[in-house]
Design a protein around this ligand. Structure first.
Ligand code: ADP
Length: 604
C-alpha cells in the first residue's frame, strides 16, 4: 500500500479515537459510562484534595500566629482532606476491577467479530496479499483493543488533568497559567514528531516483520526442524532472522536516540517554568499578597498539570500506531462477505456441471483451468488424473465454490454456484485434501468426530468409518486407544504422553473423519498417497462399491483410478481425454502414456 494512504491526518486520528470509543460503547455501554465518570474523578479529585490540604496549611499557619478561630478551621479541613484521601483509595480499588471487566468485555466483543468476519470472507481472499496484510494488522488491533481503550481513557484523564490544573492556576494568577502553557508546548511538539516517525517506520516495515514472524513461528517448529537441519539451513535462517530483526528494531531505536537531546531540552523548559511559578508564589506569600497554603497548592497543581501534559503526549504517541491499525481493522471488517449468495440448496444436486470454465489465481495471469467442461451425475464415481500442476486440485476448488471461474459457470442442477449459499452446498460434501487439518490438541476419536459436529456422536457411523478407512487396528493399539492424544506434546491426566502418527496413519485418521461425515458427495484429493498400495486399493474397492454416493477423486494409482465410472485426464488446465479405463487404454493416448509403467506392472 502506498505511503500516502498510510499517513494519518490529525482529523483521521481524532476520528479514529472517536471510533474506538464508539466500538467500545457498543460492546459494554455501562462499563464505559462508569469509566468515563472514573476518568473525571481521577483528574479532579486530587486537585480538590490538594485545595483542602492547602487550606489546612493556611489555617495552621494562622493558628500558629495567634488566630484563635483558625484551629477549628484547620481540624475541619484535615477531616475533609482525609475523607477525600479515603475516597481516592476506595476509588482506585474499584477502578482496578472496572478496568479488568471493561478490558474483558471489549476484547471478547472485538475478537469475536473479527473471527466471524474472517470465516465469512470469500475464499480467494485467503490467497490475497492485501487481505493478509490488513488481517494481520486487524488481529493485532483486536488483541490489544481493551488496552487501546484504556489508553484512550488515560488520554482523556491526562487531558482533563492538564485542563483542570490550568483552570486551578488561573484562579491564582492568569500568567501562571500562561507560563504553564508555554512550558508544555515544546514537549508536545517533540513527542508528536517522534510518534509520526515511528508510525512511518512501522508501516514501512510490515514486510520485514512478516518475514521475521514466518521464520520464527513457521520455520522453527518441531515438525519442520528435522528437514531444516538435514538441509543445513538453520544457521542461514538464524542469520536472516537476525538481519530482519536488526533492520526493524535498530531503526526504531535510532529514532528514539535522535530525540533524546530535544526531549531533554523540553524537560529543562518545563523545569524552569515550574521553578518560576514557585518563585513567583513564594514572593507573593512573603509580600503577604497570598495565604501561605498557596505554595503547596501551586506546587501540586503545576506538577500535576505538567504530569498530565507529559502523559497525554506519551499516550497519544503510543496509541498512534494502534489507530493506524484501527483503520486496517475497519477496512478488514468492511470487506464484502458472501452475503450475496442467497440461493439455499434444499436437496443434493442431481447434476454438477462445469460449463466452459476458465480460471487463473488472483495476482497471476496464467490460466490454470482453460475452458473446462464436464458433468458429474449423482452417484457417479469420477477420477481426475494428470501430471503435477495440471490443475486437478484447482478444478476441485472450483467445484467446492472456494474460487469462482473468471469465465464460464459451475451449475448445481439449475443453480449457478456463484449464487449458492456456501454452507448449504458444503453440507452435502465431505472433502479430504492433501494438506488436511490435524487437530493436534484433540484425541484420535475427537479427530474423527470433527467430521460431523452438527449432530451428537453416531456410534454406528463411527465404527463403520474406522473400518472403512482401515484405521481401527493401529488406533486401538495406541497407549490410550482411541482416546489417545495424537500429538506428542499433549499429556493425559495420568502422565501418559500423546503419540505422533506417521504420514500414512494420519491419512487413515483423516479418511476416517471424512467417512464419518457420511456425506452424499465425497471429494478426495490424493488422500492415500502415504498409504500402501494394497490398503488404498481395498479402501477404494469398498468406496466404489457404494452406489449411493458421488465420489470425485484425484489419484496417481492405477488400481484406484481404473475403478471409476469416468476418468478425466488433465494437461495444462485442459481436459484432454475422458472415458472409462478401458476406453482410455484402448485410445493409447495421454492416459495410456501416463500409466504405462503401472499398466505393465498390473499385467505381470
Ligand atoms: P495439480 O493438482 O494438478 O497438481 P494445481 O491445481 O494444484 O495442480 O495447480 C495448478 C497450477 O496452479 C500450478 O501451476 C500451481 O502453481 C498454480 N497454483 C495452485 N495454487 C495456487 C495459488 N493459491 N495461487 C497461485 N497459483 C496457484
Amino acid at each position: 500500500m502506498s505511503e500516502e494512504k498510510r499517513k494519518l491526518s490529525k482529523k483521521q486520528r481524532a476520528l479514529g479515537l472517536l471510533r474506538v470509543a464508539k466500538i467500545t460503547y457498543k460492546a459494554a455501554p455501562g462499563a464505559v459510562f462508569i469509566k468515563f465518570i472514573g476518568t473525571l474523578i481521577n483528574a479532579i479529585l486530587p486537585i480538590v484534595t490538594t485545595y483542602f490540604a492547602a487550606l489546612t496549611t493556611t489555617a495552621l499557619a494562622e493558628a500558629y500566629s495567634g488566630d484563635t478561630t483558625a484551629g477549628g478551621r484547620a481540624i475541619t479541613y484535615v477531616i475533609i482532606t482525609a475523607a477525600l484521601g479515603v475516597a481516592m483509595t476506595a476509588w482506585s480499588s474499584l477502578e482496578n476491577y472496572l478496568n479488568q471487566y471493561v478490558r474483558y468485555k471489549i476484547n471478547a466483543a472485538v475478537s469475536d467479530r473479527l473471527y466471524e468476519q474472517f470465516l465469512s470472507l470469500d475464499f480467494w481472499r485467503y490467497d490475497d496479499k492485501h487481505t493478509a496484510d490488513i488481517y494481520d494488522k486487524a488481529k493485532q488491533f483486536a488483541n490489544f483493543f481493551g488496552y487501546i481503550f484504556d489508553s484512550l481513557a488515560s488520554i482523556f484523564t491526562s487531558f482533563i488533568t492538564l485542563l483542570a490544573g490550568l483552570i486551578a492556576l488561573l484562579f491564582v494568577s492568569w500568567w501562571l497559567g500562561l507560563i504553564l502553557v508555554a512550558a508544555v508546548i515544546p514537549g508536545i511538539v517533540i513527542q508528536f514528531k517522534l510518534s509520526r516517525a515511528q508510525t512511518k517506520h512501522w508501516n514501512e516495515n510490515v514486510e520485514t516483520r512478516r518475514a521475521l514472524n514466518m521464520i520464527e513461528w513457521n520455520m522453527f517448529v518441531i515438525d519442520k526442524i528435522a528437514e531444516l537441519r538435514v538441509y543445513g539451513v538453520v544457521r542461514h535462517l538464524l542469520d536472516l532472522r537476525m538481519k530482519l530483526r536488526d533492520k526493524d528494531e535498530k531503526e526504531r531505536i535510532s529514532f528514539e536516540r535522535k530525540y533524546i537531546g530535544k526531549q531533554l531540552g523540553a524537560d529543562v523548559i518545563e523545569a524552569a517554568a515550574e521553578v518560576t511559578a514557585l518563585l513567583y508564589t513564594t514572593l507573593q506569600i512573603i509580600a503577604h499578597a497570598q495565604p501561605i497554603g498557596q505554595f503547596l497548592y501551586v506546587q501540586q497543581v503545576v506538577s500535576r498539570a505538567m504530569g498530565g501534559a507529559r502523559s497525554f503526549v506519551s499516550q497519544i504517541n503510543s496509541i498512534d500506531s494502534d489507530i493506524a491499525n484501527l483503520f486496517d481493522y475497519q477496512e478488514f471488517m468492511d470487506l464484502p462477505t458472501g452475503a450475496s449468495r442467497t440461493t439455499k440448496l434444499h436437496r443434493q444436486p442431481r447434476l454438477i456441471t462445469l460449463d466452459e470454465v476458465s480460471f487463473h489465481y488472483p495476482g497471476s495471469k496464467t490460466l490454470v483451468l482453460d475452458d473446462v467442461s464436464l458433468k458429474i451425475e449423482r452417484n457417479q464415481h469420477i477420477a481426475i488424473v494428470g501430471e503435477n500442476g495440471a490443475g486437478k486440485t484447482t478444478l476441485i476448488k472450483i467445484i467446492l465454490g472456494l474460487y469462482s471461474p473468471i469465465k464460464g459457470k459451475v451449475l448445481l442442477d439449475e443453480h449457478d454456484l456463484a449464487q449458492v449459499d456456501m454452507a448449504s452446498w458444503h453440507s452435502y460434501l465431505g472433502v479430504l485434501q492433501q494438506d488436511f487439518v490435524k487437530y493436534s490438541f484433540a484425541s484420535a476419536k475427537d479427530n474423527i468426530l470433527m467430521g460431523n459436529v452438527s449432530v451428537p456422536m453416531n456410534q454406528e457411523h463411527f465404527e463403520a468409518a474406522l473400518d472403512r478407512a482401515e484405521a481401527r487396528t493401529f488406533l486401538e493399539k495406541l497407549p490410550k486407544g482411541l482416546d489417545s492424544f495424537v500429538n506428542q506434546w499433549m499429556e493425559h491426566n495420568d502422565g501418559t504422553s500423546g503419540v505422533d502418527l506417521s504420514g500414512g496413519q494420519w491419512q487413515r485418521l483423516a479418511l476416517a473423519r471424512n467417512f464419518y461425515r457420511d456425506s452424499p458427495v465425497i471429494i478426495l484429493d490424493e488422500p492415500t498417497s502415504a498409504i500402501d498400495a494394497l490398503a488404498e486399493s481395498r479402501i477404494f474397492k469398498h468406496l466404489f462399491a457404494e452406489k449411493n454416493r458421488t465420489v470425485i477423486t484425484i489419484s496417481h494409482r492405477l488400481t484406484t483410478v481404473e475403478r471409476a465410472d469416468v476418468i478425466y485426464m488433465m494437461e495444462a488446465g485442459k481436459i484432454v481425454e475422458q472415458g472409462t479405463h478401458k476406453e482410455l487404454v484402448a485410445k493409447k493416448g495421454a492416459y495410456h502414456h501416463m500409466f504405462e509403467s503401472q499398466l505393465r506392472e498390473s499385467e505381470k
